[in-house]
Design a protein around this ligand. Structure first.
Ligand SMILES: Nc1ncnc2c1ncn2[C@@H]1O[C@H](COP(=O)(O)OP(=O)(O)OP(=O)(O)O)[C@@H](O)[C@H]1O
Length: 660
């Protein structure tokens, strides 16, 4: 036994840490599973208790019915006395009716509690996932996360909800049927019950192996879902690159792993039945042999023997049911490992206990000597000593090469993460002192990749303000240039946009996102590469609505492309810290800088000591000239001549290189 357990633990560990099984969580005990999920049954426990009561009532009725059967055998069949038949016969019928009704009520009420528990559990896990920084889901395979939210959550329900009801009622049935058998002949019952431990030993042996097989099945199910999800979501890419066969092969590979895991489960559960049946048959043969002996000796009636055998016939499946429950528990525990792993993940940031609501701000954004490294990447900070100010209504352009940390600025402003050094301020208040909800009410981000849901155009525009009226939605759509093309859609604003808005063109998707931002009406706007993936002509169509959106808002425009810089905007450059420079600055004890670059302009970029000295001078809040007027909306642009490829972050004359 001990060896089996050790082996099972070893295998689980191996699965947990194998390269391909990264998402497989370490095993947790049953107790831990209950400690984690039992509180979620609050309010549903009366339903589970009622389920137990009805199931127990049904079992008691069966015990009584068998007793009547023995009575009929001895008093009616053996004595051929028909008079004595009717009363026990009708009583039997009455008992069968009550047992049927109780069994139905028990099953339905248990299902009622179980389904509600499932709903609650899924809501809890999904709700928790929503509190984690978006990177948590991005780093994982979506299909695997979805498998956790469906199959694994169901497995937990089968353990903590309906599984518990089943365990209690099966245990009660074992007690009743064994008790009734004892009442008929305690000595005979003792002989047969002595074989019950054999059932338990067999199920324990099987459960240990079943648990490993179940963990493997859970994991491969997640991997298979991931391939399906990725293959379907990226179908245009798959077909355009002629990778259909490769994707099918990938699915087949994962499917084969899943098949092997399922087959080993089927092998175990298929073998379990016959092994138990052999033990059961041994018991029955012993009972019949001893019973025949006792009848011949006149110490037992035929009715007594038949009733005894009938109790055993019900007792063994109940004992077997307990054993099977151990298999279900093993499977459920594998699922609960994976859910607990999700629930254990802590959000990168939470609201401070004394956090206050931000209110509708003016939109002054300040980064004050901000330093930040992503979790687990302390040696490669994404930002270091970055300082700049965006005044209310100003358009601040942040440019720089890929990987310089531009998008990271938006994540810090939204408080997906907190900086390791320095502060991010909104209207003078450190964002760590504001509630995240109120902070995010003040900031609208237009992401690099336009994010739409599969609802209608109207649903997508109103996403940030679900209570908005149709007039407000249309006004926002007009500002964003959506209204014109919506007229041509088959169902106007009610036209479904398809999965992730795929039924719209790239430019249309971007304009719907702009309308959503207009309707939200936040004082701070972050545009993260808003023209990515749009051709020159489409970009020009989006430019005018974007200009209208920016009007009167503090706008932080993140872009590689300085052609997109609106007139009157201030530009700062950001570049990643080269390794040698990081070491040099560290040795010199000189803080890394984000240098501000205004239209009034400094010269070209500096190097060496000059730059370090400048870094010291420019750390802290940077004086920024305020534009008197909000930036002019930009209309469609003239097509330009193709440009020479730019060096990353070449300072424009009169601009400022805000480098590390
Ligand atoms: N979730 C993450 N976990 C770990 N590192 C990350 C994460 N997101 C970004 N990084 C790293 O942080 C650095 C800055 O990334 P960021 O996305 O901010 O750059 P960027 O300037 O916006 O680049 P691009 O212009 O290509 O979008 C990069 O080195 C990147 O690899």
């Amino acid at each position: 036994m001990l060896t089996v357990h050790r082996e099972s633990r070893r295998l689980s560990r191996r699965l947990s840490f194998s390269a391909s099984g990264r998402e497989l969580a370490p095993a947790v005990t049953l107790r831990r599973t209950f400690r984690e999920f039992w509180p979620d049954t609050r309010g549903l426990r009366p339903l589970f208790a009622a389920g137990v009561v009805f199931a127990v009532l049904a079992a008691l009725c069966e015990v009584a019915a068998i007793r009547l059967f023995g009575h009929i055998t001895d008093e009616v069949l053996t004595t051929r006395n028909l008079e004595a038949f009717w009363v026990p016969a009708f009583s039997w019928l009455g008992l069968a009716t009550v047992a049927g009704a109780a069994s139905f009520a028990g099953a339905y009420i248990t299902a009622l509690g179980a389904e509600r528990f499932l709903l609650r559990l899924r809501d809890r896990v999904f709700g928790h996932l929503q509190t984690l920084a978006p990177d948590y889901a991005e780093k994982r395979r979506l299909g695997d996360l979805m498998a956790r939210l469906t199959d694994d959550v169901e497995a937990i329900e089968e353990l903590v909800g309906s599984g518990l009801v089943k365990a209690i009622t099966t245990a009660a049935s074992v007690v009743f049927f064994a008790g009734a058998a004892f009442l008929v002949r305690w000595d005979l019952a003792l002989v047969t019950l002595a074989l019950i431990p054999a059932f338990l030993v067999v199920s324990k042996l099987f459960a240990a192996r079943f648990r490993v097989a179940a963990a493997r099945e859970r994991h491969s199910n997640g991997a298979m879902n991931s391939v399906l999800e990725e293959g379907l979501a990226n179908q245009p890419l798959v077909q355009a690159y002629n990778r259909q066969r490769d994707e099918a092969r990938r699915l087949h590979r994962e499917g084969r792993t899943w098949l092997r895991a399922n087959l080993s489960q089927a092998w175990l559960s298929g073998l379990y039945g016959p092994v138990v049946q052999v033990i059961e048959t041994v018991c029955l043969i012993i009972v019949l042999g001893v019973g025949a002996w006792e009848i011949a000796a006149g110490r037992l009636t035929i009715g007594g023997l038949l009733a005894f055998a009938a109790y055993l016939a019900l007792l063994y499946p109940a004992v077997q049911g307990l054993g099977e429950l151990a298999l279900t528990v093993s499977e459920a525990a594998a699922g609960s490992d994976r859910i607990i792993e999700v629930l254990r993940a802590r959000p990168a940031v939470t609201d401070a206990p004394a956090a206050v609501a931000a209110g509708q701000g003016r939109g002054r954004v300040e980064f004050d000597r901000v330093g930040f490294a992503y979790p687990g990447r302390a040696s490669r900070p994404a930002l270091h000593e970055v300082s700049f100010v965006a005044e209310p209504g100003e358009v601040l352009v942040i440019t720089g090469p890929s990987g310089a940390g531009k998008s990271t600025l938006a994540k810090l402003l939204l408080r997906f993460y907190d900086p390791d050094e320095g502060r991010v301020l909104l209207d003078g208040a450190d964002v760590r002192g504001l509630t995240r909800e109120s902070l995010r009410e003040n900031v609208t981000v237009l992401h690099q990749e336009t994010m739409l849901f599969s609802g209608s155009v109207r649903d997508n525009i109103a996403y940030g303000r679900p209570a908005a009226s149709m007039e407000e939605i249309i006004r926002a759509a007009e500002t964003a240039g959506v209204h014109d093309f919506v007229q041509d859609l088959p169902r106007g604003y009610d036209t479904p946009v398809g999965q992730r808005g795929r039924l719209l063109s790239g430019g249309q998707r971007q304009r719907v996102a702009i309308a959503r931002a207009v309707l939200r009406d936040a004082p701070v706007l972050v545009l993260d590469e808003p023209m990515t993936g749009l051709d020159e002509e489409t970009a020009a169509q989006v430019m005018a609505p974007l200009g209208r959106l920016m009007t009167g808002r503090t706008t932080i425009l993140i872009t590689h492309d300085l052609r997109q810089v609106p007139s009157g905007a201030r530009v700062i450059g950001l570049r990643p810290v080269p390794r040698h420079e990081r070491i040099r600055l560290k040795r010199a004890g000189v803080p890394r800088l984000a240098r501000d670059r205004t239209g009034a302009g400094h010269g070209a970029s500096r190097t060496g000591r000059q730059e370090a000295a400048h870094a010291v001078r420019s750390s802290g809040p940077v004086p920024v000239p305020l534009p008197r007027e909000p930036p002019e909306p930009r209309g469609p642009r003239e097509p330009r001549e193709p440009r020479e490829p730019r060096e990353p972050l070449v300072p424009e004359p009169g601009g400022v290189d805000a480098g590390p």
